[in-house]
Design a protein around this ligand. Structure first.
Ligand SMILES: [Zn+2]
Ligand SMILES: [Zn+2]
Length: 470
């Protein structure tokens, strides 16, 4: 008997936590954080209390209450009896937080299966972020942390990495991960061969990036397997075909930057290695140096380890590292306490905002809104700011967006939006589903599951926590 239970990703974008059971074997497909649900109760200065361990997360239903999946230390902390792990593994489709981050709560004996590049990205995320309960995917510190425990090493999780085409065997399940195109490298769709037949899981997917051929590989293999069921993402099921593409981001952004006779500033998500490549290439083509942050360096160095990504090394002649102003404001070594900065202070390609301001036309600076105070030192004049991120889609984002616009106006920065989505649009998705032709479809990772009913395929609209037998 094969069963599916959806503990997240139901009528929301992300937060996927799908339990698949085949006889006595249980696995999870992703175990992500639900931004929507978290946002119902929490915001920047109102977060779940570390002091209450996983208690606040359970009580506010940010994680499902299931026995045999959570960390022993966290259960003990809230007065529950720790249990042995009852899950054979989590197959992580990709490194986005809405799929990965709540692995942080899982039992140490549950192995995590993910792509090799996905692991590199998780390592980079861990290196430059502060340890919190929601950010302990790679390893965790036993809670509660008493002062005497500060120096104790963290407990490492078991990761088993794969590349496309490799088959994983977990109990009666044989799982084939196949690369797909998405806005982060190391993204996979899955063909899960169960004792009742193959089940397809799309992960997050698109057709208009630089690697649409990878998605095509997935579609071909999924179709050939003659699946009994398919679990698909539907982020943009309500969107029609458009002319967006990564190539268009390149040409539009290049045009804007060419027009600029002063400093060029760009902002994009560094987890998106394709977007990095787009801006790196533009900088090279226009004879500018691309200035990135120490945080970005954590990612770039790992991308470079993956030869297939063909990204430059941190020592590349077209890349510079922006030294942030800290403590004394004099850029002395002693100003930096973060490990990820300290270990890179001796790099030869470090530059300060003041240096950049002397010859602004020579540089293209990657600068996120949260670091806009750097604009005060960069002193841009009639410059351009390329916003290569999605537009705001909720109230909180609107408020930040408004503030960002104020900064841009204050420094006479011309705003240009240039972005393409990480998700397949409705027309392509409908075609993809009909090509794969599963016997039954479970739409998740969407706010519009009802829209899938228009496709001439049997659709099961899922309810959170309900178990579906195949
Ligand atoms: Zn997602
Ligand atoms: Zn994603």
């Amino acid at each position: 008997m094969v069963k599916l239970t959806f503990h997240g990703g139901v009528e929301e974008i992300g937060g996927n936590k799908i339990l698949l059971e085949d006889q006595d074997t249980k696995i999870f497909l992703d175990f992500g954080m639900s931004f929507k649900r978290r946002g119902l109760y929490f915001e920047e200065f109102l977060s779940p209390r570390t002091a209450n361990g996983m208690g606040d997360f359970l009580r506010m239903e940010l994680i499902p209450d299931i026995p045999g999946i959570y960390r022993e230390d966290l259960l003990e902390h809230i007065g529950r009896k720790p249990k042995e792990a009852d899950i054979a593994g989590v197959i992580l489709s990709h490194a986005h937080a809405d799929h990965a981050n709540y692995i942080s709560f899982l039992h140490k004996d549950i192995p995590i299966y993910c792509g090799e590049t996905c692991k590199y990205i998780l390592d980079a995320v861990q290196e430059q972020s502060q340890r919190t309960l929601e950010n302990e995917v790679i390893d965790y510190k036993k809670r509660p942390i008493f002062r005497s425990d500060y120096r104790k090493p963290p407990i490492k999780r078991t990761f088993r990495t794969f590349r496309t085409g490799k088959k994983l065997t977990i109990g009666p399940l044989e799982i084939e991960p196949i690369h797909v195109d998405h806005s982060v490298p190391g993204s996979y769709g899955l063909i899960i061969h169960t004792s009742q037949g193959p089940i397809i899981y799309s992960g997050d997917i698109r057709m208009h990036g630089l690697h649409a051929d990878m998605t095509t590989d997935f579609i071909d293999a999924a179709k050939k397997s003659k699946p009994i069921a398919m679990i698909t993402e539907g982020t943009r099921i309500d969107k029609e075909k458009s002319n967006e593409s990564e190539k268009k981001v390149h040409s539009d952004s290049k045009k804007e930057i060419s027009k600029c006779k002063h400093l060029s500033i760009v902002d994009f998500n560094f987890k998106d290695a394709d977007r990095f490549t787009t801006f790196y290439n533009i900088a090279k083509e226009l004879g500018k140096k691309l200035v990135i942050s120490f945080r970005h360096a954590c990612f770039l160095e790992r991308y470079h380890q993956d030869k297939k990504l063909q990204t430059p090394n941190i020592t590349d002649e077209n890349i510079l590292l922006l030294k942030p102003k800290r403590q004394t404001g004099t850029y002395i070594d002693g100003d930096y306490t973060e490990k990820y900065i300290k270990k890179r202070l001796q790099y030869s390609n470090i530059i300060t905002a003041e240096d950049i301001a002397k010859k602004p036309t020579k540089y293209m600076v990657v600068l996120n809104f949260w670091y806009f105070t750097t604009l005060i030192d960069l002193q841009p004049k009639n410059s351009v700011y390329i916003h290569s991120l999605s537009e705001p889609f909720n109230e909180e984002m609107e408020i930040s967006y408004e503030r960002m616009r104020n900064w841009l106006n204050h420094f006479d920065l011309r705003f240009a939006q240039s972005h393409c989505s990480g998700h397949i649009h409705g027309s392509d998705l409908k075609e993809l589903i009909q090509t794969i032709n599963p016997k039954i479809l479970y739409p998740i990772h969407t706010e519009h599951p009802g829209m899938f009913k228009k496709i001439p395929i049997k659709v099961q609209i899922v309810k959170e926590g309900k178990t579906y037998k195949l």
